[in-house]
Design a binder for this molecule. Structure first.
Ligand SMILES: Nc1ncnc2c1ncn2[C@@H]1O[C@H](COP(=O)(O)OP(=O)(O)OP(=O)(O)O)[C@@H](O)[C@H]1O
Ligand SMILES: [Mg+2]
Ligand SMILES: [Zn+2]
Length: 155
């Protein structure tokens, strides 16, 4: 007898689903979301190491009563470029889209160059442009330093 299709996470009425996160990266996604800021009645479900047709293995994060700011979506796109974001309203998927990196990424990651103007206590927000897309490499618009280890530099 075939195994029944398992339901691993309880459905949510309203909120956000971040699916197709690279295996093991959901804890970083939780950090980006800032789970501490959520209202106390919101359930957060995390599934690590879930079998996926498309990806082999993936992680999933489901957060009740929250929609992501563009800045958070950009941070997720940097560390989990395969992720899709679905908005759930009244238990239904109202919108589903892949994360997408814009040409300019502002205020999401620190420049690795300690002498960069953005690291010297001036009121200048970090800003990178995409130098390469697959895999992603960013270039600081102020000092031109390139960066590909985003996890270590997320703000
Ligand atoms: N009410 C709900 N509560 C929690 N998660 C939901 C709810 N409805 C849909 N989802 C999740 O939202 C995502 C998108 O839903 P959809 O039905 O489009 O998934 P799907 O058919 O598996 O598509 P795909 O995996 O190709 O994106 C999936 O991760 C699904 O598990
Ligand atoms: Mg699916
Ligand atoms: Zn710089």
């Amino acid at each position: 007898m075939a195994a029944p299709r398992e339901l691993k996470i309880t459905p949510i009425r309203n909120g956000t689903v971040i699916d197709h996160i690279g295996n093991g990266l959901s804890l970083e996604v939780l950090r980006i979301i800032g789970v501490g800021d959520l209202d106390k009645d919101s359930t957060v479900s995390v599934a690590l190491h879930v079998r996926s047709q498309k990806m082999g293995w993936k992680d999933i994060v489901k957060v009740e009563n929250m929609e992501l700011s563009p800045r958070k979506v950009n941070a997720i796109a940097l560390i989990a470029p395969t992720a899709t974001i679905s908005i759930i309203r009244d238990y239904k998927v109202r919108e589903k889209r892949p994360v997408d990196l814009p040409e300019h990424i502002v205020g999401v990651a620190r420049c690795p160059n300690p002498n960069c103007i953005t690291n010297r206590g001036e009121p200048v927000e970090s800003e990178f442009e995409v130098a390469r897309r697959r895999p992603v490499v960013l270039r600081c618009v102020y000092c031109e330093r390139q960066m590909d280890d985003f996890l270590a530099h997320l703000i």
